[in-house]
Design a protein around this ligand. Structure first.
Ligand SMILES: [Fe+2]
Ligand SMILES: [Fe+2]
Length: 312
């Protein structure tokens, strides 16, 4: 049985039959008639589904996240497109697995990007002690190797296997450009590099294989700070308490106006690097997914594509 192509299934009036992956527990919403709402994922594409069918509602409520056989209809309401699930059945074979729905970046590609960025930072003064600390932190057994495999997001930028590692690498490259542009940052290369590496490390606990984890509500900033407590003595011995507190401030404040107010210069700079990296990646992803040269972007409304000719 084929996996449903979400790009086509969401088109208004399109009927499809095949396999779908519900990547988080759906929610029941009250209405004139109660309905169930959630997300379907396929290779980085996430679309909303809804269903008003009693059987669909019961089956999804009972089984939650997972793979199903479904009949769907693409619908549109006030310019918002979604997939209406008209019938559903739990998929019990094992020919298709969750991995078949997830997109991934080859590990060798990620490894070389990461190593290259860290070598360039070493050329700009990153200490051997910091490089060792980074290696130990990302390979900490408590993370079970998931810094290298978890997504950077569930719905948005880098929501693929290896996305967190990729996002962190891309941020290190932007940091390198900033260090070259602003020499006054060079004495803080250890703090800036370690802070970028650690800023989203708590996503290993907030997410679980590209879906929300059981304890998602204690967000990745909180969980990242908690995780790093085990390195407190080592960081204070190698550097100072100030360095350790500065790292904490970056993790707490890196969402800028969308989270706790940043309280240090390092936190604001990492916030800018984070926003530039994640928003440029997200924008290009929206452009790639668009069916026309003019597309709707969540940030700024309608945008014209950067190279409309390439879309033909
Ligand atoms: Fe974050
Ligand atoms: Fe981030």
């Amino acid at each position: 049985m084929q996996i449903i192509n979400l790009n086509e299934a969401i088109l208004n009036g399109r009927t499809s039959s095949g396999l779908i992956y519900v990547n988080s527990d759906p929610q029941v919403r009250p209405g004139r008639k109660d309905y169930i709402l959630g997300d379907l994922m396929y290779k980085g594409k996430v679309v909303q589904f809804r269903s008003w069918d009693d059987d669909v509602l019961e089956i999804l409520r009972a089984h939650g996240k997972g793979i199903y056989r479904a009949d769907t209809l693409g619908q549109e309401y006030k310019s918002f497109s979604y997939i209406n699930i008209r019938s559903i059945d739990l998929y019990v074979d094992n020919a298709v697995s969750e991995e078949d729905f997830q997109d991934c970046i080859p590990q060798e590609e990620l490894e070389s990007k990461w190593t290259e960025a860290l070598e360039q930072l070493q050329a700009r003064g990153l200490s051997d002690a910091c490089r060792k600390l980074i290696d130990d932190v990302v390979n900490d057994p408590e993370l079970e190797g998931r810094f290298f495999t978890e997504g950077a997001a569930i719905k948005h930028h880098d929501n693929l296997i290896g996305g967190l590692w990729n996002h962190s690498s891309k941020m290190l490259r932007i940091l390198i450009a900033l260090l070259d542009n602003n020499k006054e940052l060079l004495p803080s290369v250890d703090l800036m590099t370690f802070s970028v590496v650690a800023h989203d490390i708590g996503k290993v606990f907030e997410y679980d294989a590209l879906s929300m984890s059981e304890h998602w509500y204690a967000n990745h900033r909180v969980r990242g700070i908690e995780f790093l407590v085990k390195y407190r003595e080592r960081i204070i011995d190698s550097y100072s308490e100030q360095f350790y507190r500065q790292v904490q401030a970056v993790i707490a404040g890196h969402h800028g106006e969308y989270g706790d107010r940043p309280t240090t210069v390092a936190a604001v700079i990492v916030h800018y690097i984070d926003s530039l990296e994640s928003q440029a990646t997200e924008l290009l992803r929206e452009q790639e997914a668009a069916m026309e040269s003019k597309f709707f972007s969540t940030g700024f409304g309608y945008l014209e594509s950067i190279c409309p000719d390439d879309l033909d």
